[in-house]
Design a protein around this ligand. Structure first.
Ligand code: OOG
Ligand code: MG
Length: 263
């Protein structure tokens, strides 16, 4: 159930999206709307998505967030969330990311699943996801909460499209039967120093369970994951803050690297 009016949803969507586009901080919206519900929060996120599409942007994928203990502990939030990826969020592997377009970006080591069959919840499980997966590949997400000091609660972050802003797909693709998704190791380096490391199982015990959870969360709004979707599973390790001039390399066991630079 929602507690906000259509007009409030529209105003809050504009408020959050303007902060993203203008790269400025706002205070967390639950401060002013303490009665806001999870449904209201997702309504705001879907309204931001509608606004971008109405300006001609394409939605090119989805992301799960807060799916590892490392992330939940770091952000003091105890349930995963999802967000959408717009076309202009995509950065090529090895590319430059303009720091001035963002507020206080952090990078995350993730994996992406690309589907070949639709996944419609409720009741989607890991097996359904593995059968519906075309291939998996390395992914790095750049997140940038629009909230002051990167501090929020779950409802506020959902309304802010789960801090989405940029992402990079790279490395090499693999079929799920050819890799050990639970044990796949990732090492994140910033300016040549190892800053975080982890394994696939950090995400909800198995990376595919994140995609299953997305399908089941979308089902609450009667939405599904269509065939051909690009889905990021959420950060395996804690996110790492980056400054202008920093370069990074995330190494994925058996699947190559993703590199980039903040300029
Ligand atoms: C929310 C988004 C988290 C992830 O991979 O866990 C996320 C945030 O921490 O700002 O994208
Ligand atoms: Mg992420």
């Amino acid at each position: 159930m929602g507690n906000l009016t259509q007009q409030q949803i529209a105003q809050l969507a504009e408020h959050c999206e303007n902060a993203e586009l203008g790269a400025y901080e706002i205070s967390k919206i639950t401060n002013d709307f303490p009665d806001m519900t999870y449904e209201d929060a997702f309504d705001i996120q879907w309204e931001i998505r509608r606004r971008k599409e109405s300006r001609g942007h394409k939605i090119v994928g989805m992301k799960m967030g807060l799916t590892s203990w490392a992330k939940m502990k770091q952000m003091k939030v105890e349930h995963p969330c999802y967000g959408f990826l717009a076309d202009y969020f995509a950065i090529p592997d090895g590319g430059d990311i303009k720091h001035d377009e963002l507020i206080h970006p952090k990078i995350e080591a993730e994996l992406a699943f690309v589907t070949k069959e639709p996944l419609k919840g409720p009741g989607i499980h890991i097996g359904d996801v593995l059968r519906a997966t075309d291939f998996v590949m390395p992914a790095v997400e750049v997140i940038d909460s629009r909230y002051k000091d990167f501090k929020f609660d779950l409802k506020s972050v959902i309304a802010d499209n789960s801090s989405s802003c940029r992402f990079i797909a790279g490395g090499s693709m693999a079929r799920v039967e050819d890799i050990d998704l639970k044990n796949i190791g990732v090492v994140m380096e910033v300016n040549g120093q190892v800053v975080e490391l982890g394994a696939g199982a950090a995400v909800l015990g198995h990376p595919a369970s994140s995609v299953a959870m997305l399908a089941n969360m979308l089902a609450e709004r009667d939405e599904e994951i269509p065939a051909g979707s690009y889905i990021m599973i959420g950060a395996i390790t804690a996110a790492v803050q980056v400054n202008k001039g920093d370069s990074f390399c995330v190494r994925y066991q058996g699947l190559g690297n993703i590199t980039g630079r903040f300029v």
